[in-house]
Design a protein around this ligand. Structure first.
Ligand SMILES: Nc1ncnc2c1ncn2[C@@H]1O[C@H](COP(=O)(O)OP(=O)(O)OP(=O)(O)O)[C@@H](O)[C@H]1O
Length: 904
């Protein structure tokens, strides 16, 4: 019965964790074994008495199998009864657990030490090699404690340390001390003396700085290491025996400083990593435990500023853990003697001056003792979380980017987070106080911004400059934190960068330029998250305008326009207005110039809502009127309320004229409408491989129209759209509303519709909406019917080519199927239709000898995918024979583009 009970408890100890303590009670065991609780208690207590079980005398009482616990804890339990779990835990003899990083960067080191000391019969000599202060002596001492706790050595065994460096000038003394000497061995040796080898018998002898051990002494050691026997100094007759384990340590390369013959006799060399090589988390733990030790010593709470902590964390301690420990002691002592408060408050400037040497001058200039975030040292432990608002913002932005599958949705959320942070910065009391250093920084940043904004002719409000300057100021207080944080999140940060660069190339470029200039001019290193935040702030530049309608607020003074526009945008929930702050004495000509530049930068747009703070609008109206291509609605005496009202209507899609009309009853303001020199609306038709096809597509659209309309349908060169984008001349001549074609030239802000989607009647709404502006309902119905008729595949092929549609389609179908197989991608029906048309046109071009023989970038493609391109070309061999044509290789470039389109 007893055995059964013991077996059950042992099983529970093996299979369950200590924390499931309810299964280790007499009640639980009696229930399982169907025995009376008294009997179970009695048996269990008998086992405790015998030392088989451990008892925790709490309420209820718990019993554990001692051996199982010793195995789990890898230690010896010396008592059988404990008053509480805490007492049990405290009694647990710790050795290597005291070493920070014993389960991390020092795991292998520890394993080697354990192996060396426990190797039968008498352990193996081990050499610890590592930089000064890396923890070699500590490791040697812990190895000894481990041997004690695991009964590898007797409880009476000693740990003897010799620092060979101390005997550098007197090597004979070291030899005498190590091996002992006999009376008269040398002058002053008045009695027989035991050596350290003898003292350490059965224990551990630690020879530190062993490279200082003289060659003669090293040789004397060999004898001992080989046979366990040695002579005392002055007696070469008698042999003495010692049974101690040897641990050596050195800071010098053992291969060059130790005799090869000694090295050969040390089978285990353990390389102890320097502090620089340890993970950040271990550094944190080291700092934490060192401060905790000081707290115990001085019996006071300790607080440390985040900046001071991050500086310690980031600092390269040449003397490794040892130097770190001494620095922390010195810092605490330095603050302690000031006897200022009950607690010890360690500010950044309390660190010894050598910590500041690496700080950039601006960081020092912006340092403000009062605004430092103070943390209780207990919080340093394991704090992986960002500790400052800026880092918290970093963390959140990255988190949103990581979590959101929809990149653009994520971007909006990130912008909101930044907005919240800005609110926080401006409304938290401490940020309203601008120190003189901050003021200097703001002015410098203002200049940098102005130069860059001028270069890109961008309107960035003074308020925005102020906001982002605040970011820099905030950043300069967190450089160290930020750097560390970025290093820990490098991969995700880079990914975010790449995405931003792809989605918002212009904003990304400008953000980088701002950062480069700030770094250059202000002697401060900014980080990659600042680039991300700035790019997010410039995104509007890359975004489409509100139905071609934009708002601009112009006011005199440092920040009036920016404040109104920011507030209005904030409340409208989208970017409707830009604000330009103007000098107080700016001339009307200059204002007009500002507006003109602004319009050029935003072109192509249809309408501008311009709100100004002037009383009279006449002068500005006169000068603006002849300039404008677009309609301008002019409103004076701008206020946040008028901006909101106008902005709201803009968001509803109302045109400028209608908005002015609606605001007429407001008797505070007056308005003017400037009719733009009208640019005709247009649709561009494009085809990647030739103007001819584009022309035919436009003819097809035009012939579908029941009557001529104001809208132009213009065949246009694909290549020049691709290269020039919005800068292309066509966009200043025409108000281009849509592009239709076989391949998207990807002009930002101009919608594109694939011809295939007209044919499959798929997403052709944009075309109907546009044409619908010019036709009445019946006419539009007619247009849609014509389109359906004209845009069937065979009609298109017939229309676009001179070939017999039916015949050529058979060939084309085969080619597309073969290509799909070869390139291992099934095209969607729409893309497939596009490719049908493309290949039909291609065949025609071959017949008409209008083949494409050069394509930019083709050589690189050929170099990379030569094999596949050869195979693709082979797919056309049937057609080549039938029509006696030769399809040139560069044509494959365009074909491949269809397979690159993401169909999902
Ligand atoms: N991993 C660690 N965890 C906790 N404390 C450590 C650790 N490593 C070193 N220390 C502490 O750092 C201090 C310096 O370590 P130690 O004296 O062992 O270095 P060392 O390599 O022997 O230096 P030296 O070569 O200068 O003798 C000691 O107080 C030790 O307790």
């Amino acid at each position: 019965m007893r055995e059964q009970l013991l077996n059950e408890l042992q099983k529970r100890c093996r299979e369950h964790g200590l924390e499931e303590n309810e299964i280790f009670t007499a009640a639980s065991l009696s229930e399982t074994l169907q025995l009376s609780r008294n009997t179970v208690s009695q048996y269990l207590n008998e086992f405790v008495k015998k030392g088989v079980l451990v008892k925790i005398n709490s309420r209820p009482v718990y019993f554990f199998d001692k051996k199982s616990m010793e195995t789990v804890w890898d230690t010896t339990i010396t008592q059988n009864i404990f008053s509480s779990f805490e007492e049990l835990e405290a009694s647990r003899e710790k050795d290597f657990e005291k070493l920070i990083g014993y389960q991390g960067s020092l795991q292998t080191v520890v394993e080697h030490c354990k192996a060396a000391v426990s190797y039968p019969d008498n352990g193996l000599p081990v050499l610890l090699y590592g930089a000064t202060g890396s923890g070699k002596s500590f490791l040697a001492a812990l190895t000894y404690q481990y041997a004690l706790h695991h009964k590898i050595v007797k409880s009476t065994a000693k740990f003897i340390t010799v620092n060979c460096a101390e005997y550098a000038n007197n090597p004979e003394l070291l030899t005498a001390n190590l091996f002992g000497y006999v009376k008269g061995a040398y002058t002053g040796a008045e009695e027989n003396q035991e050596g350290l080898l003898s003292l350490a018998n059965e224990g551990v002898l630690f020879l530190d700085e062993v490279h200082c051990l003289e060659a003669k002494c090293q040789e004397k050691l060999f004898q001992y290491m080989d046979k366990g026997i040695y002579h005392k100094v002055g007696d070469n007759e008698k042999w003495y025996r010692s049974n101690c384990r040897l641990i050596f340590a050195t800071t010098e390369n053992p291969q060059t400083t130790l005799l090869k013959t000694l090295l050969r006799r040390i089978p285990i060399t353990v390389v102890v990593p320097s502090l620089k090589e340890r993970p950040l988390q271990e550094k944190r733990e080291l700092i934490y435990s060192m401060f905790m030790n000081e707290k115990k010593r001085i019996q006071k709470d300790i607080f440390i500023s985040n900046l001071a902590f991050q500086t310690l964390l980031d600092f390269t301690f040449v003397g490794n853990v040892g130097e770190m420990e001494n620095s922390i002691k010195a810092i605490c002592a330095g603050v302690f003697v000031k006897k200022e408060q009950d607690a010890l408050n360690i500010h950044f400037l309390d660190l010894p001056s050598y910590f500041f040497k690496t700080m950039k001058s601006v960081q020092m200039k912006t340092y403000d003792r009062e605004s430092e975030t103070m943390l209780p040292i207990e919080e340093l432990h394991g704090t992986k979380k960002a500790a400052t608002p800026l880092l918290l913002l970093y963390e959140r932005i990255l988190g949103v980017h990581k979590k959101n599958d929809d990149f653009l949705q994520g971007i909006e959320r990130c912008r909101l987070l930044i907005q919240n942070f800005i609110d926080y910065m401006f409304f938290k009391e401490k940020y309203n106080v601008v120190s003189s250093n901050e003021d200097f920084l703001l002015k410098m940043l203002d200049k940098i911004y102005s130069i860059i904004m001028n270069k890109y002719s961008l309107a960035v409000s003074n308020n925005q400059i102020k906001i982002y300057s605040k970011f820099f100021v905030e950043y300069t207080k967190n450089v160290t934190d930020a750097k560390i944080w970025i290093a820990m999140h490098q991969e995700e940060v880079t990914l975010f960068h790449n995405n931003l660069q792809d989605y918002y190339p212009r904003a990304y470029r400008i953000a980088n330029e701002v950062v480069e200039n700030v770094e250059l001019n202000l002697d401060v290193e900014l980080d990659e998250m600042i680039v991300i935040i700035l790019t997010l702030s410039f995104i509007d530049i890359d975004q489409d305008t509100n139905n071609g309608r934009i708002g601009l607020i112009l006011c005199h003074g440092y920040s009036t326009a920016s404040s109104i526009s920011d507030t209005a945008n904030h409340m409208l929930g989208s970017h409707v207005f830009d604000g330009i702050d103007m000098e107080l004495r700016i001339s009307i000509d200059k204002i007009v110039q500002l507006v003109d530049d602004y319009l050029k930068q935003k072109a192509p747009i249809q309408e501008l809502m311009l709100l100004v703070d002037m009383g009279s609008l006449e002068k500005i109206y006169e000068k603006l009127a002849p300039l404008s291509d677009c309609n301008i609605g002019l409103i004076n005496r701008v206020s946040t309320a008028t901006a909101l009202e106008a902005g709201n209507m803009m968001k509803q899609g109302r045109n400028v004229k209608a908005i002015l009309e609606a605001l007429k009853n407001n008797n505070v303001i007056s308005t003017h409408f400037i009719e733009g020199k009208k640019r005709k609306e247009a649709i561009l038709t494009v085809c990647a491989t030739g103007f001819g096809t584009a022309k035919k597509i436009s003819e097809l659209i035009i012939t579908s129209l029941p009557r001529t309309i104001e809208l132009e349908v213009i065949p246009y060169d694909y290549q020049s759209l691709l290269e020039n984008g919005l800068e292309d001349m066509i966009f200043s001549e025409y108000n281009v509303q849509l592009m239709v074609g076989t391949l998207d030239p990807e002009v930002k802000g101009i919608p594109y519709m694939a011809m295939e989607s007209i044919m499959t009647n798929d997403e052709a709404q944009e075309l109907y909406q546009l044409i619908g502006k010019y036709l009445d309902a019946n006419e539009l119905e007619q247009f849609s019917k014509n389109i359906m008729k004209n845009f069937t595949l065979s009609n298109i092929v017939n229309h676009l080519t001179i070939l017999n549609a039916e015949k050529v389609m058979e060939d084309v179908e085969d080619i597309v199927t073969d290509l799909e197989e070869l390139l291992e991608k099934k095209l969607s029906p729409t893309t497939k239709v596009g490719l049908y048309v493309h290949i039909s046109c291609l065949i025609e071009r071959m017949i008409l000898r209008q083949e494409i023989t050069t394509v930019e970038g083709f050589d690189a493609l050929l170099g990379e995918h030569g094999d596949i391109i050869m195979k693709m070309k082979h797919v056309f061999s049937g057609v080549e024979m039938r029509y006696s044509v030769e399809v040139p290789y560069p044509e494959m470039y365009y074909i491949l583009n269809y397979f690159k389109i993401s169909d999902n």
